[in-house]
Design a protein around this ligand. Structure first.
Ligand code: PMP
Length: 315
């Protein structure tokens, strides 16, 4: 998604509206104290049917509601309500390609309150085209950041709050300064946590390991999908446990999972090649299984996909 991408429309205040009309006042809770929670969801384009299929819509809306609950952002969102907006948006925008959807709840008013009567919740949802990143094929170079991932006792990573991304921004900036694609953050205990947008997996001697959800990570939905596919298509039971930093340097393969980066191979950590320095065989097999499932369209066997209501006609 390019910074320059500005769709013509956005879902805002209960309807599809021109992009320029979606504004908040500078003196609002979201601007002053980052009172906002969000999701990142994907719609996969199905050319045979000229419609999108939305991936894990239920899980994303559930996580959004759970995030809002922890930080007390009152809302009456439902899966049906979110999907109604998504459907109207893809029809209005007419994108005949994969899209990224970012439902966001925020507080306009209501300083530190839990009282729905004196708080004012806003909801917006842009939909962007998402061309496939080249690093999904070539792999990413990562560094281990000197910044630690915030913890469950500070700014809980399980909550997908905009405020958490300040912590992740510092790590991203460090990666950029080091000439790397991405940064892995360690948690307060010095164990591997996650990147700013993905869960981390390691392969060594045919065993697959990933930090447990209690290791200061977002409970990534793609992580769950990867665990499911590894179990069902490769007979591998992923170990969810604390992961040491040095395990990154000794791994045969490292890969990342996230809605945007999908299954992305890591080819170096701190400039040390992972395995042979090119994407590993298990990572590639998992990518194939993941894309087949995401692009199954009407043939979805896993219950991952929800079809868009309307077809998007060619212009
Ligand atoms: N960690 C962080 C901090 C993220 O922002 C994301 C992207 N939502 C992920 C992990 C991956 O989560 P998911 O697979 O649910 O997209």
């Amino acid at each position: 998604m390019s910074e320059l991408t500005r769709p013509d429309y956005i879902w805002f205040d209960g309807a599809v509206r021109p992009w320029s009309q979606a504004t908040v006042h500078v003196w609002s809770e979201v601007v002053l104290r980052a009172a906002s929670v969000f999701e990142g969801m994907r719609g996969y384009w199905c050319p045979e049917e000229s419609r999108h299929y939305f991936l894990h819509a239920d899980a994303h809306v559930q996580r959004l509601k759970e995030s809002a609950r922890v930080v007390r952002i009152p809302n009456d969102l439902t899966v049906e309500g979110v999907l109604r907006g998504v459907n109207e948006m893809v029809s209005a925008l007419g994108y005949r390609e994969d899209v990224y959807i970012r439902p966001t709840l925020y507080l306009e008013r209501g300083r530190y309150t839990n009282d729905a009567d004196i708080s004012d919740t806003g909801y917006f949802m842009p939909v962007f085209p998402v061309p496939r990143s080249e690093t999904i094929t070539t792999g990413q170079s990562v560094i281990v950041s000197s910044w630690r991932r915030s913890g469950d006792d500070t700014a809980p990573p399980r909550v997908k709050a905009a405020a958490n991304y300040y912590n992740l921004r510092l790590a991203r900036l460090e990666a950029e300064a080091a000439g790397a694609d991405e940064a892995i953050l360690l948690n307060a205990a010095g164990k591997v946590a996650e990147t700013g947008g993905a869960a981390v997996f390691l392969v060594r001697g045919g065993r697959v390991v990933t930090p447990a959800v209690s290791e200061s990570i977002l409970d990534s939905i793609t992580r769950r999908s990867a665990i499911e596919l590894l179990r069902e298509t490769a007979g591998i039971q992923v170990e969810e446990r604390p992961v040491d930093r040095t395990e990154l340097y000794q791994a045969d393969e490292v890969f990342l999972t996230g809605t945007l980066c999908e299954i992305t191979p890591v080819v170096s950590v701190d400039r040390l090649a992972v395995g042979s320095g090119s994407p590993g065989a298990l990572t590639k097999a998992l990518q194939d299984a993941y894309y087949a499932a995401c692009r199954a369209g009407g043939g979805d066997q896993r219950g991952w996909l929800t079809p868009a209501e309307a077809v998007v006609p060619a212009r």
